[in-house]
Design a binder for this molecule. Structure first.
Ligand code: NI
Ligand code: MN
Length: 219
């Protein structure tokens, strides 16, 4: 499995026949790609990003919560799948479910659209948990116990989401084998030191820090 970090909370995950883009907020011209699926955790602009153009160019299946998918249809894109927070859906090359996230979801910064969510993905024999934007919440322990993520993608930038202190606590609840920090340093208000986060990992969890644009293989 190859994971590329574009920036912020945007990751491109390639495994077998699946090429999954999560929260496509990145320089669209700088990373040409052909995702099979585009997953958006919530409607904020720093997560929807360039999803409309990316989907129209790639014809990827757009996956999000119900109202966000309906918004996407209003933009003229029909190859979609809407889901709620709940059970796994099988997309062939992978299975996924949306989980709870403690956050908001608005398309223009004012009007709520859909709900904020995290994502649990089963693909390539691994379980990934992308927490979206969220504060820490106690049911992260349940996600850890039930889904046993191999890799967790957690926001650490504070202000809008967990800060380092809470993300360290969240890591202890989830107990992933690896944790990838995200949603930091994109803007001054979410400045954070990923190395400081990495130094506080509980036993059994390795912190993997990506530079923007970097790819890493996970065997
Ligand atoms: Ni947000
Ligand atoms: Mn955000």
């Amino acid at each position: 499995m190859k994971i590329t970090f574009l920036q912020h909370s945007c990751f491109y995950i390639e495994s077998g026949d699946a090429r999954i883009m999560i929260d496509p907020f990145y320089d669209y011209t700088g990373f040409p790609c052909t995702p099979t699926h585009v997953i958006v955790t919530h409607a904020h602009a720093d997560h929807v990003g360039n999803a409309v153009q990316l989907c129209k160019d790639s014809q990827a299946k757009f996956i999000s919560t119900y109202e966000i998918v309906n918004w996407m249809k209003e933009q003229g894109y029909e190859n979609t799948h809407d889901m709620g927070i709940g059970g796994f859906v099988d997309f062939g090359a992978f299975r996924m479910k949306f989980t709870h996230a403690t956050h908001s979801s608005s398309i223009d910064g004012i009007h709520s659209v859909g709900t904020a969510a995290g994502v649990v993905l089963h693909l390539g024999g691994k379980t990934l948990y992308h927490a979206g934007d969220t504060g820490v919440f106690g049911d992260m322990r349940m996600i850890g116990e039930r889904d046993k993520p191999d890799i967790a993608f957690l926001p650490i930038g504070g202000n809008y989401t967990m800060d380092i202190e809470d993300a360290v606590y969240a890591t202890g609840l989830i107990k992933p084998k690896k944790v990838i920090p995200m949603h930091y340093n994109t803007f001054p208000v979410i400045a954070a030191d990923a190395q400081a986060f990495a130094k506080q990992m509980p036993a059994g969890t390795e912190c993997v820090i990506f530079a923007p644009g970097e790819s890493k293989e996970f065997g």
